[in-house]
Design a protein around this ligand. Sequence first.
Ligand code: FES
Ligand SMILES: [Fe+2]
Length: 381
Amino acid sequence: MALVQPANDTGAAAPRPQLTLPARCFTDPDLYNIELQRIFRRSWQVAGNASDVAEPGTYLTCRIADQDLAVVRGRDGELRAFYNICQHRGHRLLNGKGTLKVTITCPYHAWAYGLDGRLRGAPNAENVPGFDPDSVALASVRVEEVGNLVFVNLDADAPAFEEQFPRVREELAAFAPRLGETQFHHRSTAMLDCNWKVAIENYGECYHCRHAHPSLTAGLIDPDAYRVELHRNHHRHSSAPPASGITLYAIDEAAGDHSREFAAWLLWPNISLQVNPGGNFCVFQYLPDGVDRTISHVDWHFGPWVEPAERDRIVEEHRRDTMQEDIGLVANVQIGLNNDGYDRGVLMIDQASPQAGYSEHSVAHMQDLWRDAMGEAFTDI
Ligand code: FES
Ligand SMILES: [Fe+2]
């Protein structure tokens, strides 16, 4: 779309609205492969729930940006992450999650690694001249615990989580003081027929809420009170309850001071940590699975104050309503991005209410972060 900028009476250029990224940024497989390298291999991603690796010897596995990883709690209590690959001939080491007896033993030729990743033994090694077992170790990956989650980052030089997302840990703990008592309950997964950016941009703005999410705006948030506050690499979402009161969740004041409010921390590029009224904790992840396919996981964590039947009701209603509504929205956007009749549109950034949830300033910011992450050749897109 070509925007002609008319001069005003003083001869100065009229304000220029900010445009979306061109459609090809959401449809080009070559760009997608660059994104995997420059964005997903350099950002903090959720590996799993900290409760799965709380005890010495426990482990979990995950797949981040096409890479198989394992997170292991050592006998020394230290949490470590590794590429889940044997250093002999490359067999995958661990599956799922569980508890290790003494070592990580490769299923192929039984090389055995300590829980610190160092090789402890290789059958017949004594008869291989020059082979030095002490020089062999699993390739390690950065790992951090945040709240009840484990995050990993494939980039050895990436800034620490706290540097990347200042104060998020602290704010989350202050907002949901009983977060530590919540436990993972259920994962809702959907395959989205869209590029990952379509999915996170959709999460990131509430311009569509009133129109497209009737149950959300009736029973959870007030779209007029919804705020999105921008930080360098994350957004803080918040909303007071709707005027009619909260109907989607049973509210137990025991959940903490903010038990009637909604808050979320959207972490660039693809994650949101969301605290719902009642202190229920949700982790949203939008995982790229091809240029026009995204895996959406919503992990639900509940505190002991939420009755089992209530937990199931909350999960089911979200899956049936909001999730389903968004599945349709993002798939239809991707259809449009592939259509010759569309290239780019105007982002509706509300200059009068800069933090309003119905403004698309958050989308503009994510697109700026995308340009920065992709490098010089993309600066002027
Ligand atoms: S590939 Fe692991 S021991 Fe051979
Ligand atoms: Fe939505």
